[in-house]
Design a protein around this ligand. Structure first.
Ligand code: HPA
Ligand code: ZN
Length: 330
């Protein structure tokens, strides 16, 4: 079986970051918004480094103005994911971008995305869940409004709460109120850490906030005691190797620590983060992992099982997904 057809589970995908450039350009034209600075001449997204990436990301996102825009985005993203064999995907969704973290507006955006997801599931079999995400560089007060939106809509579709944005800004523990509220509402927790921050940022996420998954987390490799702690506690890393390479964290695929983390017992998974920005797809991630580390069907099945174990969905959904993995034995 080709790597493209292998069934995949993706745990770390920013919904706006998955928008095809042509989709964003089309919306900009429809709404007469000038976002030409977002694109290179060849039509791809244009950014120099991580902080510039975040600013281009927000400019691109500015053309998404209504619940229907987010419904269309959801449809486009799920179609692309399904074409790469993804059977289950968790997407980061920010109430800040969806109605300015007003609960009533957020409910309308959510309803539109859920309807689009149900249509995609009926058509392509892809299952989606949402993780509400606050944005670190917007600060702890804005995060509280996002956490309130998350708590109000927690259930079997909004199943998690997390934080993205600029890891260089503030301390993760400044956001503890929001994470506590989300936890009390029954949401499972993840945080971006150990991408731009070192091992201390991963400890802050795991010990300070109590997350069960870490977004990236790869720089834990710089502290082997921490690596052992992650392995023993079963904290799962949402690793996005192609994103790390494009943003210059590691110079080449075979220097990426995903294999070393795995060999030392850490549960790792594979995701694309913001695929068109990083010129990647789930198929491309798999192809590069095959090339760099010789991973084959058995290795990819282990990665999928890790993702299934760590997924923020209910047991019935997991059991159905497990059956679909079994249909494709290594
Ligand atoms: N990292 C951190 N924050 C983000 C990202 C990302 O890749 N995409 C959107 N917000
Ligand atoms: Zn991310």
């Amino acid at each position: 079986m080709s790597l493209k057809d292998l069934p995949k589970l993706e745990l770390h995908l920013h919904i706006e970051g998955a928008a095809p450039p042509a989709f964003i350009r089309g919306l900009a034209q429809e709404k007469s918004v000038d976002i030409s600075r977002v694109f290179k001449e060849d039509g791809s997204y244009d950014f120099r480094d991580f902080v510039h990436f975040l600013s281009v990301y927000e400019a691109a996102t500015s053309v998404l103005k209504t619940p229907d825009d987010y419904a269309r985005l959801t449809t486009a993203v799920l179609e692309e994911s399904a074409a790469h064999g993804v059977i289950y995907t968790e997407m980061f969704i920010s109430p800040d971008f969806c109605g300015g973290s007003d609960v009533a507006a957020w409910r309308e955006y959510l309803h539109a995305m859920q309807e689009a997801a149900a249509r995609a599931e009926a058509k392509d079999g892809i299952v989606m869940r949402g993780i509400v995400t606050c944005i670190r560089h917007f600060g702890p007060e804005k995060a509280k409004a996002s956490a309130l939106c998350a708590a109000e809509t927690a259930g079997d579709w909004i199943t998690g709460f997390g934080i993205g944005g600029d890891e260089g800004k503030g301390k993760l523990t400044d956001f503890a109120w929001s994470f506590d509220l989300a936890r009390e509402a029954g949401l499972q927790l993840t945080a971006h850490a150990g991408e731009w921050g070192g091992p201390a940022s991963v400890r802050e996420a795991v010990d300070g906030i109590g997350v069960v998954r870490v977004g990236h987390g790869v720089r834990a490799i710089e502290d082997l005691a921490l690596v052992d702690q992650l392995a023993e506690s079963g904290v799962t890393l949402e690793v996005c190797p192609g994103s790390n390479i494009v943003l210059g964290l590691y110079p080449k695929w075979d220097r990426h620590p995903i294999q070393a983390l795995r060999e030392r017992g850490v549960k790792v998974t594979v995701s694309t983060d913001d695929p068109p920005f990083f010129h990647t797809t789930m198929t491309r991630e798999y192809e590069q992992l095959e090339r760099a580390f010789g991973w084959g069907a058995e290795d990819f099945l282990e990665i999928s099982r890790n993702a299934l174990d760590a997924a923020f969905c209910d047991g019935d959904t997991k059991a159905k997904l497990a059956e679909r993995l079994k249909d494709h034995p290594a």
